[in-house]
Design a protein around this ligand. Structure first.
Ligand code: FAD
Length: 316
């Protein structure tokens, strides 16, 4: 079933979450161990992130450095198929522009269709560590909107290389939104304008970047509605789990912590205390969002489910 159908059918706020594929070499059991504790909250869909290649330099015997591409977390599509098979819950693979030619994208979508996966979260992806800015594949897409266009073309039966129409795919497409602005955007207005383009191109719903201040989400939704973005906007929440998150999350995801939260984190002496603050803050945010009747709350587990479980127990 499509995410948009779940959202349209829902009588109250839905619960969903996102997982990362395990590091290469770990078994699928590590994924199940993260999902099992959250099944009691009846997720309607589970997202699986996509991680592109990274480049490392290896010194050869002759002293020269060799640039090698490695993917540390492969397996997005296989994990989605395994989730649907084991839990009978819809899986939403993330599909990115980075590293993909249009043809590779088309083939990836054909694989998904054969597996019965008809949801996809269409993203641009970030630059790889060795690049200062995002560089699209020479035969690929520069922005998520172009990827959405390609998926919508396939949904109309127009594939890349064929002159004639083929069997249409039937993907429900989600897209990313940033209550605190995407870090590359000139300002929130231009970012919203491009978000509207993604929705006009065919995205059926938006999932937000994590935020720690609900006010930012509510203002973002109002700003979206004001420019005619009418699709559901799913808030994304990330429970803080360690002391290091206090600097890592703002730096990596370009989000601010509200003062009340930062005051509590400053008092923490160890990770256990920080985790507890994260849980309490997550409960507070989730209860307020649920009260406001948001369509769904989407939790970023980053592969550890204990905090999300503690929050969900109080909220769902
Ligand atoms: P875009 O919509 O292309 O936007 C990127 C920037 O370009 C923005 O500043 C926007 O304002 C601007 N822009 C957009 N369209 C245009 C245009 N047509 N012309 C000019 N400028 C434009 N990354 C991963 O690698 N794997 C994942 O699994 C993953 N999952 C994510 C899930 C969620 C819910 C979110 C919020 C992010 C996720 N990301 C993931 C990170 C995401 O790939 C990055 O934030 C990336 O930098 C932007 O992706 P986007 O799809 O928002 O890009």
């Amino acid at each position: 079933m499509k995410v948009i159908e779940h959202l349209n059918e829902a009588k109250s706020t839905l619960f969903s979450f996102e997982i990362l594929p395990p590091l290469k070499g770990k078994s699928i059991q590590s994924i199940y161990d993260g999902i099992d504790p959250l099944m009691e909250f009846k997720p309607k869909f589970i997202n699986v992130t996509y991680h592109r290649e990274e480049y490392i330099y290896k010194e050869r015997d002759n002293g020269l450095l060799e640039k090698i591409a490695i993917r540390k977390r492969p397996g997005t599509v296989g994990i989605c198929a395994a989730i649907m098979n084991k839990y009978y819950v819809d899986a939403v693979p993330h599909l990115i522009c980075g590293g993909f030619s249009k043809e590779e994208t088309e083939n990836a979508l054909i694989d998904l269709q054969f597996l019965g996966i008809d949801n996809v979260l269409a993203l641009r992806g970030d630059s790889i560590k060795t690049e200062s800015a995002f560089k699209p594949h020479t035969e690929g897409h520069a922005h998520a909107v172009d990827l959405i266009d390609q998926i919508m073309s396939m949904n109309s039966g127009n594939y890349m290389t064929e002159e004639y129409q083929l069997e249409p795919t039937n993907f429900c497409i989600g897209t990313a939104g940033y209550p605190e602005k995407h870090f590359e955007a000139m300002n929130l207005s231009t970012d919203l304008m491009y978000l509207k383009r993604k929705v006009d191109a065919g995205a059926s719903y938006v999932v937000t970047q994590m935020f720690f201040d609900n006010k930012k989400y509510f203002e973002f939704v109002d700003a979206c509605r004001a420019i005619g973005i009418t699709v559901p906007i799913i808030p994304g929440l990330k429970p803080i789990k360690t002391l290091a998150h206090a600097s890592f999350l703002p730096k990596f995801f370009h989000v601010d912590f509200p003062e009340d939260l930062s005051k509590e984190l400053i008092k923490c002496k160890d990770n256990k205390a920080a985790e507890q603050v994260g849980i309490e803050w997550g409960i507070h945010q989730s209860k307020e969002l649920k009260q406001a009747n948001v369509p769904c709350i989407h939790y970023y587990t980053m592969s550890t489910s204990s905090s999300v479980k503690a929050i969900a127990r109080e909220v769902f």
